[in-house]
Structure formats: C-alpha cells, structure tokens
Design a protein. Structure first.
Length: 169
C-alpha cells in the first residue's frame, strides 16, 4: 500500500483483510483426517539417505490440504565427482502439492503432484506422486513409508524409516 494512502483507508483495508482471513478459516472444513510427520529413509541400493515431511489434512468434504517436501540428507554418491551417470544431487529439493488424503485405520494414502524441483524440473514438475504411510504407533522409527512415483520412468519403493515418526488420525 502506498505511504500516501489515507490512514482511514489503510485501517479499513487491514480490517477487511483480517475479516477475509478469519472468514476463510471459519468456513474451511475442520480436519477429519490428518497425517503429519517427518522421516529419514534410504534408497536401494543405499545410494542416499533422504528425508520427507508430510503435513496433510482432509476435511469432511474430502478436500485435501497441505504439502509434502522431500530432500536429501546425505547422498553417498556426492563422494564421487558429478558425471552424466552420477549427477550432482546435493541440495535437491522437491515440493508436492496434495490433491488427496484417504485414511483407513493407521494407514494414510497421500497423493499429489510435484510443483517444485530444483534439480530435475523437466522430469518431475507435474509428476504425480503417492505416499502410503503406515503409523505403527511406536513413536519411533517403526512406521513404514511407500513412495509411488507415477510419471514415466518412476516406480514404487517401500521403506522402513531410519528415524522419525508419522501420526495418522
């Protein structure tokens, strides 16, 4: 807003903004299902130790909100110089926008598509990815994570967590 704007108009604009935010939050459905947590896992063959954070909720209408972020903790291949076969993947980050969350008991099916990828955007942007999280209730790394990359060349990987915890409700 311009510094020259009338103080009364600025106050009215700020008030309307707060009311709009409040109205939006008040009319959004309350979460019926949620999956939240962070995990550290490895790929096979163990070339990397990755991390994932899932923060998702679905309201009574089935509308999913939230995101999933995936990034490397340590790429063992980083010990090698980058080549066409072994690219430099240090700092690789992906963000997945959620479009579905379905919960049955202690298992959550979270799905969405990649909206950000700083290393291989031509391959991953728009790629659908599903996560199946099994909350084994131990509060430790006894949970299980399945990742389904649904774009060409993708695949399915089931991982026992090296660390972290998910809560499914």
């Amino acid at each position: 807003m311009s510094a020259r704007m009338n103080p009364a108009i600025r106050a009215l604009s700020a008030t309307l903004g707060v009311l709009l935010l409040w109205f939006t939050q008040a009319t959004a459905g309350q979460p019926v299902h949620e999956v939240r947590g962070h995990a550290v896992f490895t790929l096979d063959p163990p070339a990397a130790i990755d991390q994932v954070t899932i923060n998702a909720a679905a309201d009574e209408n089935g509308v999913a909100r939230g995101s999933v972020s995936v990034w490397p903790l340590v790429y063992l291949l980083d010990l090698l110089p980058p080549t066409p076969v072994v690219p430099d993947l240090a700092g690789w980050t992906q963000v997945i926008r959620l479009t579905k969350l379905e919960v049955t008991g202690n298992v959550a099916h979270v799905g969405g598509f990649v909206i950000f990828d700083n290393r291989l955007p031509e391959f991953f942007i728009g790629c659908p990815i599903d996560f199946v999280v099994t909350d084994n209730g131990t509060g430790e790394s006894g949970d299980v994570l399945q990742i389904d990359v649904l774009c060409p060349g993708g695949g399915t990987a089931v991982r026992t967590l090296l660390g972290g915890n998910f809560t499914v409700k």
